[in-house]
Design a protein around this ligand. Structure first.
Ligand SMILES: C[S@@+](CC[C@H](N)C(=O)[O-])C[C@H]1O[C@@H](n2cnc3c(N)ncnc32)[C@H](O)[C@@H]1O
Length: 290
């Protein structure tokens, strides 16, 4: 029986496709707090999703006041469940498009932007709006993630190795070609991953900001079973899977399962993925304030 894909299903399973251990997030924000104090500050998580990043942050720094803004009702529902279950008191959620954030100018001390701008066509407008609501002498935390599971599964790199990770995700990409599904990279309608932060900083400088920045990088590893890897595909956890034709995508999943059987791979078999999280801490300096 095929899993019917829908937005609710996606929101529930979203984090399985973007794994991030809580201890990695805590380590990241501990390092950030060595650069800038997070005590009693107001922080915006722009496109917060399920709060994958800002929920652990809210627990680690309880004097922070966090506001998560996202336009997706389904993602916000998952986030609100976490807030209730974990009895979190320092987190407000607002359902809104980021092109119009209902806060006064200069309201927040910081903004987190993580895995959002690639999916927003008019990302310049969103960045302008985020900059409007953060203080002119504020900070941006630009978070990005890399990993071999993404490199191969999103066709940023061809699979060459013989390891299970390379074989599984290499097979997935082969099947995308077989069913004539668009390259996963086509789902990037906004700021392309590969241009990322330099392009954003260039835009900030066009807006009159000069900046000083520090980059924090944490390398870590995670084991994935084949069952978990299949779940990422079946639940269409990555945006490149959202728009695929249902019939073709269901056939791809059937083929993938048949391949696993033919290759005598067990659903419990595991591979280790090497992952990296990067945060560029941008200190904003506006001529009007210097
Ligand atoms: C890939 S998720 C990232 C979520 C979270 N920042 C993280 O790192 O896990 C992208 C999120 O951006 C939200 N989003 C995309 N475009 C948006 C917009 N124009 N306004 C508000 N939210 C938006 C989506 O609803 C989704 O929850």
């Amino acid at each position: 029986m095929m899993i019917e894909w829908n937005k609710k299903q996606l929101a529930k399973n979203y984090e399985s496709g973007r794994p991030l251990d809580t201890k990695v997030i805590i380590e990241l924000f501990n390092k950030i707090s060595e650069i800038v104090s997070l005590d009693n500050k107001k922080i915006l998580d722009a496109g917060c999703g399920t709060g994958r990043i800002s929920i652990p942050l809210s627990r680690r720094f309880d004097s922070l006041k966090i506001t998560g803004v996202d336009k997706s009702k389904e993602m916000i529902e998952v986030l609100k469940e976490k807030i209730d279950e974990q009895k979190i008191k320092n987190y407000d959620v607002i359902k809104s498009d980021l092109s119009k954030i209902g806060f006064e100018d200069n309201y927040f001390d910081f903004a987190i932007i993580s895995s959002v701008l690639h999916s927003i066509r008019d990302w310049h407008e969103v960045v302008k709006e985020v900059m409007r609501v953060i203080k002119k002498e504020g900070f941006l935390f630009l978070i990005s993630e890399q990993g071999d599971i993404f490199d191969i599964g999103l066709e940023r790199k061809a699979s060459k190795g013989n390891g299970l990770l390379e074989r599984f995700w290499g097979r997935y990409i082969e099947l995308r070609h077989k069913y004539d599904l668009e390259s996963p990279e086509k789902s990037q309608v906004g700021l392309k991953w590969e241009l990322g932060e330099p392009k954003l900083i260039e835009f900030l400088s066009d807006m009159g900001y000069s900046e000083s920045k520090s980059t924090i990088t944490i390398n870590w590893q995670k084991d994935f079973s084949i069952r978990e890897s299949l779940d990422i595909i079946e639940n269409r956890c990555w945006s490149s899977m959202f728009t695929a034709d249902n019939q073709k995508f269901n056939n791809l999943i059937k083929d993938m399962k048949r391949w696993i059987e033919d290759e005598k791979i067990s659903l419990q078999d595991k591979y280790t993925s090497s992952l990296t999280i990067n945060c560029v801490v941008v200190r904003l300096i506006h001529p009007a304030n210097s």
